[in-house]
Design a protein around this ligand. Structure first.
Ligand SMILES: [Zn+2]
Ligand SMILES: [Zn+2]
Length: 207
């Protein structure tokens, strides 16, 4: 059995605060985890193109609250992380801080956990080009069994959904010259803005 972020529902009572990667809150009714990347989440990150290095998803911080609502548990809060992204125009690698609000229900189920999950469908998908679309409405309810709510999958779903579809290193990124491939943005070198010396190298003109 892989190590996972499992919360015993006996500890939740009416509600429970959970923090990751942040100093523990003073709230008595709270659990703190130093590291959000359990074996389970690391395996997932390696198996997708989201990231190839562990450090790319480093610095994940989260503040979540689990509260009991009738026979379900609501998990809500905020997750912050800084993935390494590739600009769709200039192919520059850049790190962007993303903060996402999350909200989901967990319902107790006697059948195996993860059965209907998006991520397990994704991982078990043998067709390499057949992408599973993740949408918010699919993510509202998770099942759990054996009195343990496992948060790993919910957290990974949340990270995945929060990634920008078309990452841009800057809003006005000029991208690459279609002829010679030179990056057309100014670049910062030791505090100096350096304009690309493009015209001398290339006769291509976009005007
Ligand atoms: Zn760019
Ligand atoms: Zn050029």
């Amino acid at each position: 059995m892989k190590k996972s972020i499992a919360i015993n529902i006996a500890k939740i009572g009416q509600n429970l605060n959970i923090t990751f990667g942040r100093p523990p809150s003073n709230n008595l009714n709270s659990i703190h985890f130093n590291d959000i990347l359990t074996e389970w989440t690391q395996e997932f990150l390696k198996s997708t193109s989201l990231t190839t290095l562990e450090e790319q998803c480093a610095n994940i911080k989260a503040q979540l609250k689990i509260s009991k609502e009738h026979n379900m548990y609501r998990v809500e809060g905020e997750i912050e992380f800084s993935p390494l992204l590739e600009c769709v125009r200039s192919l520059t690698l850049f790190r962007e801080k993303i903060t996402t609000q999350v909200n989901a229900f967990f319902v107790q189920d006697t059948s195996s956990a993860y059965k209907n999950s998006n991520i397990s469908r994704y991982l078990n998908n043998s067709e390499p080009n057949d992408e599973v679309e993740l949408s918010e409405s699919d993510l509202e309810t998770y099942s759990f069994s054996n009195n343990f709510i496992e948060l790993d999958e919910f957290i990974i779903d949340s990270l995945y959904l929060a990634l920008p579809e078309l990452p841009l290193c800057r809003e006005d990124c000029k991208g690459l010259c279609p002829s010679c491939g030179t990056e057309l943005n100014e670049v910062q070198i030791e505090g100096q803005l350096i304009r690309p010396n493009h015209a001398q190298k290339c006769t291509y003109s976009s005007h």
